[in-house]
Design a protein around this ligand. Structure first.
Ligand SMILES: [Zn+2]
Length: 733
């Protein structure tokens, strides 16, 4: 789940698999990342903790005790409640509601004093989304309205009303509260719970919004995401502009006290995002992913994916990810601990993917304290090995396109039948991702809006999982990349539409892929096949069969050149009853896949949704076909790192301040696809070959704490990791 701590849990649909560079000028005062001569304090922090207090906590909150706990975790930064819905101090801002249990206590003062005594940076955790009746009475214009004009209430706490982002609550009331807190307390920044998020846009029926819709948009936007609607497209632009306007205002208010101060918005969503990550990243000095845990059949790698998505837009700047220490999921328990194994793997994915962990508990008087030890042990280990988490760059040489427009809009088009069939726009990426993990490939995400010669030049291949919605400029960047010798994998409707879903006459990359469309999408169909016409490296391992499983959907295409297709389409035929199960058209010339070589560039195109079909079915032939294809794309170039051994493992490799770091996450677990992890299942020897441009003096396994014997032959360092229980970090220095 997208684990926002806010009320969004009850408002959002739980998805089976849920889940941030030149449009807007970056704020002059947003500091650069770790490479900068004068780095911001948040670019060097490595560990964060948050105690999220409730209205009753002022009665007996032990500020010294709590800060002792965070000190024992060696955190750099704590997040402590300031205000918004409730003031935890004696505020003088009108309609800023004081906690009923505050009395004469200054809880914010007590917490900040205790934190500063221990040398922590302090971020005031705020909530801009809800306010009380007294504010509604005095400022009815601050609030969102339902279609019938009534104020929009919080589902579980109907005495709270939802504030409207387009109102002065955001541009006057919240800044007044920030200024008061900034004046009274030694805080280093502000964070807003639940806003702006990366999810769908919301529709409000307040007077200001209605006026905006009428006068600027020319109509009321649709209530669900629909990029085919011109009103929606204009609304998307205005909505993103408003987020950026508010974000920059709050950043400037935070900095009125000090240039060092920062405002942090709340982003989340994993791979499933709607709002423009590219625009959000232009405003964000620091990307906080509020992605606290998973639910249902969400795969375990959901947290690592969040890291990759954030990395694809932040370009080395600070990314944090919140880990809920409570039992995230559905149903949800806020006051019981999450399984320690699940918590550990979430924290491990956070740091392996280059994010900073932010460990989070709710309520100042816990009756379940088991989570404390889990955080204490993991953070202690992190602190002891800190230089190995200071990353300079990823050393992966495979790029996976993060196709945000497709994920945001493709299957969310109103009236599309496949939306009703439960097709998820993120399934194409999810399928490719699963294949990459099974094949032990090392890769990065590249956001579609960051496609450029300079971004792509360090990658051997670009993998595009149904990038159906691409701008002309993005198609051109891919074209130039292939011309300059880069390899490309693309599937299904890649480049068929503009970023909003306007269909092109032919695929935008038809010339690059070597195919042209010859009809409309066919499917969904079971029992179709791909016939092997030629034996080569791509279909190695299929010697016992002439046919491979076909995708559920396919785009009919014809080849532009004369070379015969390697795989052709065998159209679907009945799968029931058995008497009728035989191919009506056993052989066609329609390509199921095309493979082209020009110089060092290799291009593979699958006309069907092989990635998504692989995710849905888990079919092993489709997995092998994807592995073979990715290996073929590399040509003779050896990968920068290979890890061979048993188990489902996700790998990250970084050049670090200390040298190199190789992260191995052990997902070999019966609860990989349905959480939470109960325990770990240790995997045996992993043999590693690591290309190190810098000389290596020692190799150590930092989780198990052992030095590893290694062999160095030029720049190739080889060694064996005897076992991986949960997660291993190998340092090469
Ligand atoms: Zn409104």
């Amino acid at each position: 789940m997208a684990g926002s701590e806010s009320d969004s849990i009850s408002r959002r649909t739980f998805l089976a698999a849920t889940a941030a560079i030149p449009a807007v000028s970056i704020l002059a005062t947003v500091r650069a990342g770790p490479a900068s001569d004068n780095p911001s304090w948040y670019s060097t922090m490595r560990r964060c903790g948050q105690i999220n207090v409730n209205e009753r906590d002022p009665l007996n909150f032990d500020a010294e005790g709590w800060m002792d706990y965070w000190a024992s975790l060696r955190v750099n930064t704590v997040l402590l409640n300031g205000g918004g819905i409730l003031a935890f101090y004696r505020t003088e801002v009108p309609y800023h509601h004081r906690s009923e249990f505050l009395g004469s206590r200054d809880l914010v003062g007590d917490m900040v004093t205790a934190a500063k005594k221990r040398g922590f940076r302090v971020v005031a955790r705020m909530d801009c989304n809800l306010a009380y009746q007294e504010a509604l009475d005095a400022h009815p214009e601050w609030f969102e309205r339902e279609r019938n004009g009534s104020p929009r209430r919080q589902d579980e706490c109907p005495w709270l009303y939802r504030t409207c982002m387009f109102s002065t609550y955001f541009t006057e009331q919240m800044p007044a509260i920030y200024r008061e807190i900034n004046k009274r307390y030694a805080v280093d920044g502000f964070f807003t719970n639940g806003w702006p998020s990366t999810g769908s846009l919301e529709i409000c029926y307040c007077e200001a919004c209605q006026k905006l819709y009428r006068e600027t948009l020319g109509g009321v936007p649709p209530e669900t995401t629909d990029a085919s609607n011109p009103v929606y497209r204009r609304y998307y632009g205005i909505y993103m502009d408003r987020i950026l306007q508010v974000w920059k205002l709050w950043q400037s208010v935070a900095q009125e006290k000090s240039e060092e101060s920062v405002y942090v918005g709340n982003l989340d969503g994993g791979i499933d995002t709607v709002k423009s990550l590219r625009k959000l990243s232009d405003a964000a000095a620091w990307f906080n992913a509020d992605h606290q845990g998973r639910s249902g059949s969400t795969p375990i790698w959901n947290c690592a994916q969040q890291g990759r998505v954030a990395q694809s837009v932040m370009n080395g700047r600070t990314i944090t990810n919140v880990t809920g220490a409570y039992a995230t999921g559905h149903p949800l328990w806020r006051h019981n601990s999450k399984s320690p194994a699940e918590t550990r793997m979430w924290l491990a994915q956070t740091v392996a993917s280059g994010m900073v962990p932010w460990f989070h508990w709710l309520g100042g008087s816990p009756e379940d304290k088991r989570w404390r030890d889990t955080g204490h042990k993991f953070y202690g280990w992190l602190a002891a090995n800190e230089p190995h988490f200071r990353n300079r760059r990823s050393i992966a040489d495979l790029a996976v396109l993060y196709p945000q427009s497709t994920i945001a809009f493709y299957h969310r088009r109103a009236g599309r039948e496949d939306a009703a069939l439960g097709v998820n726009s993120a399934d194409y990426l999810q399928g490719l991702y699963y294949a990459l993990l099974e094949g032990r490939f090392l890769f990065d995400f590249v956001h579609q809006e960051n496609l450029s010669a300079s971004t792509l030049s360090r990658y051997r291949a670009l993998l595009v999982p149904n990038g159906a919605y691409l701008r002309d400029g993005e198609c051109e960047a891919i074209r130039q990349y292939v011309r300059s010798g880069g390899s490309l994998l693309a599937t299904f409707e890649t480049s068929r539409y503009s970023e909003w879903g306007d269909a092109r006459q032919d695929l935008g990359l038809a010339d690059v892929l070597g195919v042209s469309m010859s009809g409309e999408v066919v499917g969904p169909h079971s029992n179709s096949y791909m016939r092997i016409e030629q034996r080569n490296k791509v279909n190695a391992g299929f010697e016992g069969t002439d046919i491979l499983p076909g995708p559920e959907y396919r785009l009919p295409v014809r080849q532009r050149g004369q070379s015969p297709a390697v795989l052709t389409v065998v159209p679907s035929y009945p799968s029931f009853p058995p008497e009728m199960v035989y191919p009506r058209t056993p052989h066609t010339a329609e390509p199921a896949a095309c493979f082209r070589e020009a110089g060092s560039s290799r291009v593979a195109y699958f006309a069907g949704d092989v990635d998504r079909t692989f995710w849905l079915s888990g079919n092993t032939d489709l997995g092998l076909l994807l592995h073979n294809t990715i290996r073929w794309l590399r040509g003779e170039n050896a990968p920068p790192v290979t890890v061979t051994g048993d188990g489902l493992v996700e790998t990250f490799a970084w050049e670090t301040e200390a040298g190199y770091a190789l992260h191995l996450l052990n997902y070999t677990n019966p609860n990989a696809m349905r959480g939470p992890f109960r325990r770990f299942y240790s995997i045996g020897t992993q043999r590693v070959a690591f290309h190190a441009a810098k000389p290596v003096q020692s190799v150590r396994a930092l989780r198990s704490g052992h030095p590893l014997k290694f062999h160095q032959d030029g720049q190739r360092v080889t060694f064996a990791v005897p076992a991986v229980e949960d997660y291993e970090l190998i340092s090469l220095v």
